[in-house]
Write a protein that binds this ligand. Structure first.
Ligand code: ADP
Ligand code: GN1
Ligand code: MG
Length: 367
């Protein structure tokens, strides 16, 4: 569909939801690797986010929507009790004119949220305070969901952070080599295979009861949090598609993977890519200030392992997708998945060296 036709279609779909005001514009948001996201501008009090859900990835958009409703209404009650601003501090799904929360049409399954105004989702921590404040907000998110009944949640993507199963999938992609590209990335493949024995470390601890399953976000990139333009506070954790039972090590680890990197996720010049220990410290301090009391000693001690695990896992996912012929993550240019994979592997090598320092910093901010 051409851009103009797409805009017409998006306006038509947006009008199927119970929005206030008239639609005065549509902007495509290019952040995010999974869904297709539009900012719907209106002349009323609120703007909106309209998203086409990626159903290649989220196979059951109805169950996904049930999860989001359950989580946002649970958070909403707590926000109201704390006299917070429910429109800004959690996502709010908008009903369709016929009463559900999904609008299905030939171009896909759509949902709508209130647009969180005067806030930004950052791709890099351009000021350390942003990362610290994101950490406080993710830590608070974890704490607020501590008593959420996990059995109410559907598993939207099976084995999402089961790194062993991700490793097996990666090996299968290399084996099949659909694109023929595996032959050109032998060094990267070898780097991952050398770490095969590491992949089950967290799952083994979960399975043996040493690490508890909690309700976690599972995709805690810096750009999945809206940060207030005036105060720099983390206002709202967004992108709730993967809220599922998981480990706090995933949320802590994925935040560091993305936000404590010195460079963009797809930086081509690997000399520029390393994990910043000072950003790590900003995050650890902020996150533990909120979540410290809900974590067990074993979890706290393992946080740096979560960092290496999430980065290795993401690296193998990007590389597998490159070898599969770019079927999963949205691309802005050819070869982007390889650039993304390479930054992750560079980070893993750096994080391995910095493990003792990460452990020391975590200890400093734990109970
Ligand atoms: P994806 O799963 O593709 O990452 P997200 O739900 O994270 O999709 O949305 C992509 C981007 O859209 C976010 O990073 C953010 O910039 C913007 N966005 C999403 N929801 C909102 C919202 N409610 N208010 C303002 N911006 C939003
Ligand atoms: C995707 O949706 P987004 O862009 O916030 C992915 C994460 C990866 C991340 C890598 C559902 O996150 O798991 O860690 O890209 N989300 C899904 O940047 O697969
Ligand atoms: Mg996102």
């Amino acid at each position: 569909m051409g851009d103009i036709n797409m805009t017409v279609e998006i306006k038509r779909v947006a009008a199927e939801f119970k929005i206030g005001g008239n639609i005065i514009g549509v902007d495509k948001i290019e952040i995010g690797h999974i869904n297709t996201t539009y900012h719907i501008l209106t002349d009323g009090e609120d703007d909106y986010i309209l998203q086409r859900i990626n159903t290649n990835i989220f196979k059951d958009p109805y169950k996904l929507t049930e999860n989001i409703l359950a989580v946002t209404s649970f958070l909403g009650e707590k926000i109201v009790k704390n006299s917070g601003n429910i429109k800004r501090e959690t996502l709010t799904l908008i009903e369709t004119r016929t009463g559900g929360h999904l609008y299905d049409t030939d171009s896909g399954h759509y949902r709508m949220y209130i647009f969180i105004k005067e806030a930004t989702s950052y791709n890099t921590a351009i000021r350390p305070v942003l990362f610290h404040n994101a950490a406080v907000a993710f830590g608070r998110f974890q704490k607020l969901l501590n008593d959420f009944p996990a059995e109410r949640l559907h598993e939207t993507i099976k084995n999402f952070h089961n790194t062993q199963s991700r490793y097996n999938d990666f090996c299968a992609s290399v084996e099949k080599n659909i694109s023929g590209r595996a032959d050109t990335v032998k060094e990267e493949i070898a780097f991952i295979k050398q770490r095969a024995g590491f992949c089950s470390l967290i799952m083994d601890k979960i399975n043996s009861g040493l690490i508890p399953l909690r309700v976690t976000h599972n995709d805690t990139k810096l750009n999945n949090i809206m940060i207030d333009n005036k105060t720099d506070e983390g206002v709202c954790v967004i992108d709730l598609d993967t809220v599922m039972p998981g480990s706090v090590l995933y949320d802590f680890g994925d935040s560091i993977r993305f936000g404590a990197s010195s460079a963009a996720e797809d930086e081509k010049d690997l000399d520029k890519v390393y994990m910043s220990l000072s950003l790590f410290e900003e995050f650890a301090k902020g996150f533990l200030s909120e979540a410290r009391d809900t974590l067990t000693d074993e979890e706290t001690e393992m946080l740096p392992i979560g960092v290496v695990m999430m980065t290795l896992e993401c690296g193998m996912r990007f590389l597998a997708d490159y070898i599969d012929g770019d079927k999963y993550f949205a691309l802005h240019y050819e070869g982007q998945n390889l650039d993304r994979a390479r930054t992750q592997l560079k980070l893993v090598a750096d994080m391995e060296v910095k493990l003792p320092e990460m452990k020391r910093i975590v200890k400093k901010y734990s109970k």
